[in-house]
Write a protein that binds this ligand. Sequence first.
Ligand SMILES: Nc1ncnc2c1ncn2[C@@H]1O[C@H](COP(=O)(O)OP(=O)(O)OP(=O)(O)O)[C@@H](O)[C@H]1O
Ligand code: SF4
Ligand SMILES: [Mg+2]
Length: 333
Amino acid sequence: MGEVILRASQVTKEYRSRRGPLVRALRGVSIAVEAGRTLGIVGESGCGKSTLARLLVGLEPATSGTVELLGRPVAPPRGGRSPFARTVQLVFQDPFSSLDPRLTVVSALAEVLKVHGLATSREARRARAAALLEMVALGPRFLDRYPHELSGGQAQRVAIARALAVEPRLLVLDEPTSALDVSVRAEVMNLLVRLQDELGLSYVFISHDLAMVRHLSDEIAVMYLGAVVEQGPYGPVLESSLHPYTAALAAAVPVPDTTRHVHRDGRPPGSEAPPLTGEPPAGCPYHPRCALAEPVCTTVRPTLDELLPGHLAACHVAARRVAVAPGAPPVPG
Ligand SMILES: Nc1ncnc2c1ncn2[C@@H]1O[C@H](COP(=O)(O)OP(=O)(O)OP(=O)(O)O)[C@@H](O)[C@H]1O
Ligand code: SF4
Ligand SMILES: [Mg+2]
């Protein structure tokens, strides 16, 4: 294993409100990201992806478990400034939500440089801002623009440039292209690939869409109701999925075989979508939607185990199939 930049161990997150039920957004999530590599995180809406993203960058504390950046525990920012900002930066889904509408692009970038003491004079900050824009393929004419004068794709490039201003090792990208027009998504994806190449960045790339993470990811973690249900190298997870939920997600990716069809969120056709919030049922959380469910699945929660080298899944049936025939794909196509 290469140098681990980020490690989360058995992280849980609970939200308590005065009214309404306790929300367990994360239930024991463990992940690791190596230098220069990308961990893709996929799962449907409400499974806890953005919560995990906020915990990974120290914006919120975990209820239990640990998050470590370069071996040091991540703590929430003090006085608005995170001591971890120079290692990890978060890029949000909606670029406009992260840009101050009153600041021009150069002011937004200069502010970050100033806070971190990275350029001492006004001229130096403007020059560095121009260089940062060039890295994201925006010309100097964008320096004096306000956010409302930018398209969605341009605004996301500026948000990425601002994240890069502190020379981080890792970017946590929370659905960075899903708010953008389809036509500019590929451009932003290609930009991210190039930046990773040029700067040796590590990424945590979050998406509800398996088709998006497959472009970029070395490793993939599939989340369901606040827990990782499958994790491993990109190829095996996508092509020989161990968990039925991953198999359903993978089958929704456009594939030549048009006889295979499931809803985008992994439901088989015609099935009712059970609510994603609230307490999962006893046993395997996926059992109400699982075509392979057996009696044991309704009573015993499967643990996330390494069923094949480096390839983990939380599924009774997959564990048995792998044990019986280690070479065969555990989930029939
Ligand atoms: N601040 C909060 N207070 C209470 N509940 C919250 C809070 N933030 C998130 N949740 C709940 O935690 C769960 C996970 O939410 P989260 O936003 O992490 O999911 P997500 O996977 O990012 O979803 P999406 O794909 O829609 O962005 C949801 O049930 C959500 O309602
Ligand atoms: S444990 Fe059972 S219900 Fe859960 S995914 Fe595996 S087969 Fe389906
Ligand atoms: Mg989210």
